[in-house]
Design a protein around this ligand. Sequence first.
Ligand code: ADP
Ligand code: MG
Length: 323
Amino acid sequence: MPASEFQLIERYFSRLGAERADVPLGAGDDCALLQVPEGKLLAVSIDTLVEGTHFLPGADAESLGHKALAVNLSDLAAMGAEPAWVTLALTLPRVDEAWIEAFCRGFAALASRYQVQLVGGDTTRGPLSISVQAHGFVEPGQALRRDAAKPGDLIYVTGTLGDAGLALLAASGRYDAGDQRVVLQRRLDRPEPRIEVAQALRDLATGAIDISDGLLSDLGHICDKSGVGATIRQAAIPLSEPVAAYLQTTGDWSIPLAAGDDYELCLIIPAARQARVEAVGQRLEVPLSLIGRIEAGSGISCTDEAGNPIALVQGGYDHFSAP
Ligand code: ADP
Ligand code: MG
């Protein structure tokens, strides 16, 4: 017999993730009661994953649990905030306890890793949709805002770019990634929020964004909000082996420059701090690459090794753009 809504909530969602001392009252009442540390700002962000839009029908439930939380922790990382609490609004077409259990496994593993507690949510019936709201803390003045870039600042990115985009191409049968297919698919299904990098650089970076819609699109948001432009050295874009191999055969730079879903960070660093940033970078587990510079003016240009401009591909993914 399928469990009732209240049994489901009690069984799966009432104790999930870390048990935090700053949660006097978690899931189960009309509201959660939460204690923001004195002197800190609360950073809040919400993201939704909809079946058919953000993932394919039949997608692995454990991966969805991971990804629904990861994309929200990624927003906290991009703000320089330290994660604390999340709420979860889950719309399910039916009660499939095996699915819910696997979803919670993926969600809880990542939540525990970052000492995040699930403190409430909503459970409804309908087409599969997952909304997670993440809450974190940031010191006033340390938030990594999109409007903080200044001409001369350096542009860094974490990890490698284009892996998730290439995974999508491979999954849709438009590219044969050979024995790299599984590695790429994992990058698409299990993005890693770059919390450690953001925390390590929070005193040195002035701005950041997470790359969810593609580097050009997301760096474009920083440029627009800051009233600046940017140049990127194409040869400095960090690439994984499979993406480098893809570029060798196709020359299609839209994958590392404009494909989304990598959830790496793009960080803005004042040039005078370069040596300190690179010293921190040496100690990080994730590569940190200097890819370009903020310029006066507007727009992003890409240059080859001789410094000549290269024609740019179309920007990133926009849900409401005209076809
Ligand atoms: P209400 O009718 O007051 O909105 P609900 O029946 O929606 O209460 O939820 C009861 C309790 O269970 C609340 O504390 C709510 O935060 C929690 N809850 C419901 N669904 C979830 C979920 N998917 N994850 C975490 N907590 C949940
Ligand atoms: Mg409710």
